[in-house]
Design a protein around this ligand. Structure first.
Ligand code: OOG
Ligand code: NI
Length: 455
């Protein structure tokens, strides 16, 4: 009998919902954040029927409350390699390379995510996955101690390893195996209130960099946050304190705009949680938090360069400001960034998909080179492509606010994508190429429809 395999999108949905349930139980503040986001989203939708209609038409309403991403930090090349195979079972593949060392965080990262538009629509869950870079730690003795500790641990259950292999060999998992896979995989992301090391070891690693202690001293890479999508990030940021949640100081990313670009993020500060150390010492560790995100249009390399330039230029003007003043200064700094869809499109700053929205005229238009003209004549409609990835400067801001402000670290080196990909055992997809492909495919579809349909 031929086995029937479950759609990887369904496995991803089961996994992300199991993860959400686990995290809400483990971190009750996160459940509070989810309900705050839900309240704000409802009120935005009530007050904006056009947005409501657009989300409904795009099939997005039902998934609004679902988590968009989570994050983990791994310790070794082997862990990253197996994690890639684990995520592949759920239709998640590495996209993008993020170098955080420049911002004083000794990791480099990728995002495991669904790649196609249809798969993102079915379930948008992705995981920002970082790999510790021990080579950036100066203290040789500590470095050796950390790698010895990491070499001893196994973060995957036997059951998970068996099922990953089965999925690879057979080309998928049955419904029953998928349920077991989700349960086994979840174990890797669970919190462990017991450290694997004595308190003094934890302290020494922690004093070198808090992130090292977080990665090295525990049985596995606990999920450190989950992130739902909000329709009004400024409102959630404002309302967090009333809900008893302490937000990070500022919202990361671009300012609020008429046409949202890229990604805006904020989080609540990581909680101090009780830990039992191997020598019976009772202490605490700070790692887990909750985050929200609001996504806008994906930018082309040209648009991204402008974003990076304006963000860097805004630094001096925004430094040390409180959230409201910060947002104002940021908006001022971004006045040179066009804020309407036609200009973003015409200047090649953002990605769009195109579709036929009218019937070609009698002359038989078969040439789509003058897109502006065709849009003006109502023949083609352009829709912004949503940014599905992450931003290194924002990610560094999220890391830092959750690693404690006590000790700021300067730049620690530079990126090493080749080493990351060697550990991963695969290359990471280029995010820009993915957006460009979608744009081009939509234009090709129009071209061939016009050629076929021309009278
Ligand atoms: C990851 C921080 C980055 C984001 O959304 O940019 C991140 C971490 O703290 O491990 O999640
Ligand atoms: Ni995040």
């Amino acid at each position: 009998m031929l086995a029937i395999f479950l759609d990887p999108n369904v496995i991803r949905t089961r996994f992300s919902s199991a993860m959400s349930t686990m995290y809400q139980t483990e971190v009750p503040q996160y459940a509070t954040l989810l309900s705050l986001v839900d309240t704000v989203n409802r009120s935005v939708l009530e007050n904006d029927p056009a947005l409501h209609a657009r989300l409904e038409n795009g099939d997005e309403l039902a998934r609004l409350g679902l988590e968009r991403h989570g994050a983990i930090r791994l310790g070794t090349a082997e862990e990253l390699h197996t994690m890639r195979r684990l995520f592949a079972v759920m239709g998640m593949f590495p996209v993008g390379y993020y170098d955080l060392s420049e911002a004083g965080v000794p990791v480099h990262s990728t995002a495991f995510r669904p790649v196609s538009e249809q798969e993102l629509k079915k379930n948008p869950f992705r995981v920002f996955t970082s790999l510790l870079r021990l080579e950036l730690i100066d203290n040789e003795a500590l470095r050796a101690q950390a790698s010895a500790l990491l070499a001893k641990r196994e973060i995957f259950t036997d059951g998970a390893l068996t099922l990953i292999e089965r999925a690879e060999q057979h080309g998928g998992l049955t419904d029953e195996d998928a349920d077991r896979f989700v349960a086994e995989a979840l174990e890797t992301f669970r919190w462990h209130p017991k450290a694997t090391v004595e308190y003094a070891t934890y302290q020494a690693l922690h004093d070198e960099h808090r992130l090292i202690a977080d990665v090295v001293c525990f049985k596995g890479p606990h999920i450190n946050h989950l992130t739902p999508r909000t329709l009004d990030i400024d409102a959630v940021q404002r309302q967090m304190p009333e809900a008893g949640i302490a937000p990070k100081a500022i919202i990361e990313g671009p300012p609020r705009r008429k046409v949202p670009i890229l990604l805006r993020q904020t989080s609540f500060k990581a909680l101090e949680e009780p830990i039992d150390f191997a020598d019976r010492h009772h202490g605490t560790h700070t790692a887990r938090f909750g985050e929200i995100e609001q996504r806008g249009v994906a930018l082309t390399p040209k648009g991204r360069a402008l974003y990076d330039r304006l963000l860097t230029a805004s630094r001096a003007a925004t430094a040390g400001l409180s959230q409201e003043a910060h947002q104002q200064a940021l908006s001022d700094a971004f006045t040179d960034f066009p804020d309407d869809e036609p200009t973003l499109r015409r200047q090649g700053l953002a990605y769009f998909t195109y579709r036929l929205s009218g019937t070609p005229d009698a002359q038989g238009t078969t040439d789509i080179h003058d897109i502006d003209d065709l849009i003006e004549r109502g023949l083609i409609e352009a829709t912004p492509i949503v940014y599905e990835d992450f931003l290194p400067v924002s990610a560094a801001g999220i890391f830092q606010s959750n690693l404690g402000e006590a000790k700021a670290h300067g730049a620690m080196g530079s990126g090493n994508q080749a080493a990351f990909e060697a550990a991963l055992g695969a290359s990471v997809a280029d995010e820009f190429a993915l957006y460009e492909d979608r744009e081009r495919a939509s234009l090709e579809a129009i071209q061939s429809a016009l050629e076929k349909g021309a009278p």
